[in-house]
Design a protein around this ligand. Structure first.
Ligand SMILES: Cc1ncc(COP(=O)(O)O)c(C=O)c1O
Length: 471
């Protein structure tokens, strides 16, 4: 038998405990200082990308560098090389300044690196995630039988919904795919939906033409009559409608499709009813706001992104369904190497992913530290920020195009401020605030959304000053 000792662990990858502690403590302080600069600094990236690429080229990995040097360089580049979600003057797309409990969760998950595929490998994390899923399901009045899991994002959760709808629509879909259906598959959502649905149709193998984009009602909400007409037309043409999707909080305007009307239509036509509440679902946290989602409890499935208004770190969505059996049907697999194979329990048997990160800890720690009350207050605060922005814009001659109960405004500037796209480019380039241009019911608008939980009145004032600067 070979008695030679093994080589040491590679120290650059697995430093001694004292070095880990020193570097870890330094990193914590460094990130805190960096955050202070980021919150006070420009929102848009300021890095000179040509210079950055040249520096990047020097990392040819032919010789190692001290980790601290690489960490310092990375933090510096991050400070200047991204749109800063942690900046309270970021009023942009639904990317939050991450809550501190969620950041702590990432440290813990990174340190233990649990494998959440199986309940035998990670009994505690799997039970903890399931506990959080049940708590969210209760907020949605989804009943104690509801099932679900954490996903990497709204797109994955929505993809899961389509797979469930297809699996529910035909007993042979699981074995034969779309060949099981008597005609081409169709599913429906409003033309103001998140357009990742097209990619989802592609991925699921039903083809992009399976998605029918339904007209809106002039206020950015799906028109139920247009939905009924589309279903009837498709049926008459031999197609097979499988799912209706209502958006609860459209990406562009925060509009909520008429949930009861959509639920009625889906039920009447035997379709799966999914609510894409990727952003708006956070309103469930607030006792004052959750009423705006009334009807969501009638869905077969729901998508909620915790990495949007619930302020977790990136890549954290929730998929909920009342049909646990369909998750097991859609994602079952069997192999001898997995440490457990319990249908309905083991995440790898109930979801798209196999190996999986401990995502649910982010929301668990946020809920543990703040409770529903605290998370609700965070969501309500966003609505209040937007109310203040709205008052000030109206007072300075702007028009508000959308009528959302959520924390987003689609605003139209007075004519002397110039066209929307030029104005937005100018505001973003100034670094003083970040907003986006979008289209709402055919009109160019400035989209202003509260996503940062620390925005103060002085940040609102800075935004208004930047928006109102005459050319
Ligand atoms: C309504 C809606 N659905 C789905 C998505 C996609 O979610 P994700 O980016 O988490 O994949 C978004 C993203 O903004 C969204 O607003």
């Amino acid at each position: 038998m070979n008695q030679k000792s093994l080589p040491d662990a590679v120290p650059a990858l697995f430093p001694q405990a004292a070095d880990r502690e020193r570097i870890g403590n330094w990193l914590t302080l460094e990130l805190e200082e960096s955050l202070r600069r980021v919150q006070a600094g420009p929102v848009a990236p300021t890095i000179e990308m040509q210079e950055f690429r040249a520096e990047l080229e020097t990392f040819d990995f032919s010789r190692p560098r001290p980790l601290e040097e690489a960490l310092r360089w990375t933090i510096q580049c991050m400070e200047h090389g991204i749109v800063q979600m942690a900046n309270p003057r970021y009023f942009g797309l639904f990317n939050p300044g991450a809550s501190f409990p969620a950041q702590c969760a990432d440290r813990i998950a990174g340190s233990f690196n649990p494998q959440l595929a199986s309940s035998a490998s990670s009994p505690v994390p799997v039970a903890l995630e399931s506990h959080v899923i049940r708590a969210v399901a209760r907020r949605a009045a989804f009943g104690e039988e509801a099932a679900g899991h954490f996903a990497t994002g709204g797109s994955e959760a929505n993809y899961t919904a389509l797979l469930c709808a297809l699996t529910a629509a035909h007993a042979n879909f699981s074995a034969e795919g779309v060949r099981a259906f008597s005609g081409p598959v169709r599913f429906y959502t409003s033309r103001d939906c998140h357009i990742a649905w097209l990619k989802i149709a592609h991925q699921a193998g039903v083809g992009r033409t399976a998605l029918r984009l339904i007209d809106t009602d002039g206020r950015g909400r799906m028109d139920p009559n247009a939905l009924v007409r589309a279903i009837a037309e498709d049926r008459a043409a031999g197609a097979v409608p499988v799912m209706a999707v209502a958006t609860a909080g459209t990406t562009g305007a925060g509009m909520i499709d008429p949930l009861h009307a959509c639920a009625d239509i889906a039920k009447q036509h035997g379709l799966w009813f999914h609510v894409d509440a990727a952003w708006g679902g956070a309103a469930l946290a607030s006792n004052r706001l959750r009423g705006v989602l009334e009807g969501i409890e009638r869905a077969d499935s729901i998508t909620i992104d915790a990495h949007k208004w619930l302020a977790t770190t990136m890549g954290c969505a929730i998929f909920l369904t009342k049909r646990a059996d369909l998750l097991s049907e859609a994602f079952h697999a069997s192999t001898s190497f997995m440490p457990s194979s319990i249908s309905g329990v083991d995440p790898y048997l109930n979801s798209v992913q196999w190996s999986r990160r401990f995502l649910g800890l982010r929301l668990f720690l946020a809920l543990a530290a703040a409770g529903w009350e605290g998370l609700g207050a965070h969501v309500e605060r966003g609505v209040e920020v937007i109310e203040r922005v709205k008052e000030r814009l109206l007072a300075s001659g702007w028009e508000i195009a959308n009528d959302s109960p959520l924390a987003v405004l689609d605003a139209i500037p007075p004519a002397d401020l110039g066209d929307v796209r030029t104005l937005v480019r100018k505001v973003v380039a100034s670094g003083r605030a970040w907003v986006a241009p979008t289209l709402f019911e055919g009109r160019d608008v400035v989209r202003i959304c509260a996503t940062n939980g620390e925005t103060k009145m002085e940040d609102v004032d800075a935004l208004i000053a930047a928006l109102n600067e005459r050319p």
